[in-house]
Design a protein around this ligand. Structure first.
Ligand SMILES: [Zn+2]
Length: 248
């Protein structure tokens, strides 16, 4: 019988994903609303009934209940099945890309990226409560698993933050308004702590190409079209972390 750790690890991270996703769903509602995140049990937004264990099985509850509350039939916010399924995919992806503790760290990185991307996408808002832990996490993972890369990660954090902070400053001078979200410089700094300075050009390129794709798809390629840059950078960071900088 094959008892190598990889299949177990893939299974564990894939199954952990939906549970994490369920918690993220709650955070995406409570954090922007300024509500305490805590461990208070969730209630139905329609009838206020406290949700029991049977309502809280990720994905399965949603699927078996037909996407509605079992008492008042109010629709369950689609963010829950979306985040639960996405987190399962991220867990599996991380376990396929890396082994051991690095796979777990990668999954945690991906889940956190998804949270930041979702909140920035919905609210154009990247609070330090999301970016600072990401920055610390990147440096901690480097220190623990890739100590030789730590200096490159520190430089990456500084370069990431500085480049967007200076760009934002220049834009404000030239155009007299903000062209970047206030949290974007710290976001790129935090992502630089994961991909290192070597990964930043590729990350920004991937983010820009994704943004162009989205803008074209939405047919709103205008100078004032607003896209959540943090969401695009998060997607870029995930790919660069997994597959490395684009080489020529
Ligand atoms: Zn209800």
């Amino acid at each position: 019988m094959d008892l190598s750790p990889e299949p177990m690890e893939r299974l564990a991270l894939t199954l952990l994903g939906p549970i994490i996703g369920s918690c993220l769903g709650l955070v995406t509602l409570r954090l922007p609303a300024g509500a305490p995140i805590g461990i208070a049990r969730s209630a139905c937004g329609g009838c206020g009934r406290k949700l029991g264990p049977l309502d809280l099985v990720p994905l399965l509850s949603w699927a078996t209940l037909g996407g509605r509350c079992r008492t008042c039939r109010a629709p369950i916010p689609l963010r829950y099945p979306f985040l639960e399924a996405s987190c399962a995919l991220i867990g599996l992806w991380a376990a396929l890309a890396f082994d051991g503790p690095l796979a777990a760290a990668t999954a945690a990185f991906g889940w956190w990226l998804l949270l930041a991307a979702f909140i920035d996408g919905e609210h154009f808002w990247l609070p330090a409560r999301l970016t600072v832990p990401l920055l610390i996490g990147g440096l901690a993972v480097a220190a623990a698993f890739q100590p030789a890369a730590l200096s490159g990660r520190l430089i990456g954090a500084a370069v990431g933050w500085l480049s967007l902070a200076l760009l934002a400053l220049a834009y404000r001078r030239l155009r007299g308004r903000d062209g970047l979200g206030g949290g974007d410089p710290l976001m790129l700094g935090a992502l630089g702590a994961w991909v290192g300075w070597q990964g930043i050009p590729s990350l920004v390129l991937v983010a820009a190409l994704l943004g162009l794709g989205v803008a074209l798809a939405q047919r709103r390629l205008k100078a004032d079209a607003r896209l959540p840059f943090g969401t695009l950078m998060a997607a870029g960071a995930w790919l660069i972390w997994l597959y490395g900088p684009i080489s020529h």
